[in-house]
Design a protein around this ligand. Structure first.
Ligand SMILES: Nc1ncnc2c1ncn2[C@@H]1O[C@H](COP(=O)(O)OP(=O)(O)OP(=O)(O)O)[C@@H](O)[C@H]1O
Length: 366
């Protein structure tokens, strides 16, 4: 078993600032957890505290219900894979993988067996007698994973392990790490600032900002029910469109009004936004939940907007519109389906079931 509990963990490198603040996470045995967030938000610090490489300033950490605050890194049964692989340059692949086991005084034959089994899983048997300088980025990454695997740890910590690889290799290694997680009886905690990695690999994602966890949830809930405006905008590419709107409650139901144009609200959040009647809130809608129309007569749930640029990705197009007095940006993501011309006015249909609402003061989901 390898459950991990972080209870109100904080880390201060300096007295006047927090790298991590009051962080609490309960991670189950064999879960694949991704910590994601912008640069400097405290992801690596959190990982290093779990590994025992960084002292905890406040709070408690438990691995399998045992408090480990003062347990040394080498006694935690955790392996860490770093972004730069950290292979020993003067040792060949075999010795890189054997080094930690030799330190633990494991018998030669046993080391040989473990390395054989691991290199087979990772398909790197042919590389055993090469030195790190003779390996490609992807091969180095596999060796670094192998070096972690031979230790048979209960917990794998991976700190941006794919960030030095090109796009194609990244996609392949992503699948390999997911396969590896399926095969091994270990908990994985993976740090990245790449939301695609977070969304595709995680059982649960912790989105971080300024040392705080903004939401800890499944990829589906993070995308479809973001807890706050930060998570709403951080996850999703292109990012969610967010507008300042007024709430209008009348005989015909609830609407939000942007620059005089009303969009009726018809989803599970309708009741909750009623208490913001005549007040300003933030309304969010993902680019795939807006449709472009040529029809000028349509009134319900439409905003007027002028197209100013399109980005053609082949299988889909991102259309960038200006709308309203403040020329606010609206991005629409769609498959190529109609001829849409720059500098023309269009009507954009907002799917009333797919809108998100946030408090304008604190950014929390309403
Ligand atoms: N050894 C250190 N001494 C002092 N401050 C540190 C140290 N390591 C990290 N920090 C600070 O702590 C904060 C969190 O850093 P951390 O490396 O955990 O962020 P991160 O989310 O992993 O960033 P990145 O994605 O850029 O690697 C940052 O403000 C950073 O400058």
């Amino acid at each position: 078993m390898s459950s991990i509990i972080l209870k109100n963990i904080s880390k201060q490198y300096y007295h006047d600032s927090y790298a991590v603040r009051d962080l609490s996470l309960e991670i189950k045995h064999k879960e694949f957890i991704v910590l994601v967030g912008p640069s400097g938000c405290g992801k690596s610090t959190t990982l290093r505290m779990i590994a025992g490489l960084e002292e905890i300033t406040e709070g408690s950490m438990y691995i399998d219900e045992r408090e480990v605050n003062s347990v040394e890194a080498k006694d935690r049964n955790i392996a860490i894979v770093f972004q730069d692989y950290a292979l020993y340059p003067h040792m060949n692949v075999y010795n890189n993988m054997a080094f930690g086991l030799k330190m633990k005084k494991i018998k030669r034959n046993e080391i040989k067996d473990k390395i054989e089994k691991t290199t087979e899983i990772l398909d790197i048997k042919n590389l055993l007698y090469r030195y790190p300088s003779q390996l490609s980025g992807g091969e180095k990454q596999r060796v670094a994973l192998g070096r972690a695997m031979v230790k048979e740890p209960k917990v794998f910590l991976l700190d941006e392990p794919l960030s030095n690889l090109d796009a194609g290799l990244k996609a392949r290694m992503r699948l390999e790490i997911m396969e590896l997680h399926k095969k091994l009886d270990a908990t994985f905690i993976y740090v990245t600032h790449d939301q695609t990695e977070a969304m595709t690999m995680a059982d649960r994602i912790a989105v971080m900002k300024d040392g705080l966890v903004m939401q800890f949830d499944t990829p589906s809930n993070i995308y479809n029910k973001p807890d706050n405006i930060f998570v709403a905008k951080f996850i999703g590419s292109p990012q969610m469109n967010v507008f300042e709107v007024y709430v209008q409650c009348g005989k015909n139901g609830v609407s939000i009004v942007k620059d005089g144009e009303a969009v009726s609200v018809n989803n599970a959040d309708t009741e909750r936004i009623k208490k913001y009647s005549n007040k300003k809130i933030l309304a969010g809608v993902r680019p795939e939940h807006i449709k472009i129309h040529n029809d000028n007569n349509s009134a319900e749930n439409f905003l007027s907007a002028k197209l100013y640029i399109k980005e053609n990705l082949g299988h889909e197009i991102y259309y960038h519109f200006n709308s309203g007095k403040d020329n606010s940006d609206i991005i629409v993501r769609t498959i190529p389906e109609m001829d849409v011309v720059n500098n023309h006015e269009y009507r954009l249909w907002i799917n009333p079931e797919k809108m998100h609402f946030f408090d304008a003061e604190n950014g929390n989901r309403i």
